[in-house]
Design a protein around this ligand. Sequence first.
Ligand code: AHR
Length: 500
Amino acid sequence: MLTASLALSPDHVVGPVRRRLFGSFVEHLGRCVRTGIHEPGHPTADEDGFRGDVLELTRELGVSVVRYPGGNFVSGYRWEDGVGPVASRPTRRDLAWRSIEDNAVGLDEFARWARKADVEVMYAVNLGTRGVAEALDVHEYANHEGGTHLSELRRANGSPEPHGVRLWCLGNEMDGPWQTGHKTAHEYGRLAAETARALRQAEPDLELVACGSSNSAMPTFGAWEDTVLALTYDQVDHISLHAYYEPLDGDVASFLASAVDMDYFIERVAATADAVGARLKSDKRITLSFDEWNVWYLSRFQADPPTEWRVAPPLLEDVYDVTDAVVVGSLLISLLRHSDRVAVACQAQLVNVIAPIRAEPGGPAWRQTTFHPFALTSRLAAGDVLRVAVDSPTVPTARYGDVPAVDAVATHSADGGTVLFVVNRHLSEPVELTVPLAALGEVEVVEAWGLHDEDTTATNSAAEPDRVTPTPSSTAVVDGVLRATLPPVSWHVIRLARRG
Ligand code: AHR
């Protein structure tokens, strides 16, 4: 049996558990909006046409902030198409996803849905085909109290109170040649800086996110952040990162180690931001918005892109298995361990489109395998994140070389509660884990859940929505040492509390 150990102390604090790390994303893409969050006529639909079953699962998932309305979609979007009487809203082409957008849902509806879901709105403006004026317009519509043309229009459209959006993305993936209105770093940096300056004239304390790289393998990665931040440093708060992972060429070992890339990406972006800050002799620290991350079988989509112009076609409806859920759990470990630097993170996306929630039109909604590590991490991570020293055997990977089989992070709260998040990335071997607990005082395990299955390809479906669910992990505390058995390809959360 392989063995591993973790060392942790409440003194080794990385940073607070930031609730905004448990963000999600709703894009006008496929069936995320239409027949995802919104389906008038569905048996669970409320008076606004929002699916009650999806709202309930969103709350259970523990989502804190939701990015909207895109994504690649936003780079061709006219926000004003989505406000006012629904019957007179225009139907448009969405070039990003070769779809038809009928605009039945727009900013006011999404803000209403967000209030019901109890999530914060993170709004992306179009800096692909549009610019400063349109960003100011949507801000006036969303946030200005009243007494101006666009704020009065919002009121007339049935939203008397401003939506109060604090977090704004300055475009989406502008480094990507696939993006409508793609720009060089210099072109984008100038536009982002001017848009940010104008938005701050309107409302100085907004939080603004500049576009970073679409992934760490982009040819412009590093240089892009350097140029964009040199042009926007004083105007923005966060720089974005996006990353999607899938097993390429059947290489599951590397896929399970995807958090190695996420760690690398976060640390390089933070270093680049700090280098720009040093050059500018600035005391300001830019934080990171990892506002798109997930497992995405992108190669399947690329092999079969949409050809028909349709409203809400089923796109990117990946069905996730046990291995995918373990990877999602391990990516959350990476995000938590960087909570000193990552201020916002959004799993992309929320429902139907590469999502933890699936919903059939007119039918049921259910939890994909990936729902569980997200929901448990969001529910149980509390207080401060602790740096954990891991002593683990390694596994060979084609992409990242030898990586530790076991990866972990912990959180610790003022009441003495400690929560361990652990993954075993070994493809075939269980690992016996030991964790000396002396630094935590007299503690006991109060709950321990694992996500694993003999069949790592098992999935959930409408017919079998609970085929894969968390099961109790095998743990024991003996002589002040926690012992846990971690099956191969497994993710775990173990909550300890002070005894008595
Ligand atoms: O989430 C799906 C797509 O991935 C988003 O629209 C885009 O920003 C990214 O490339």
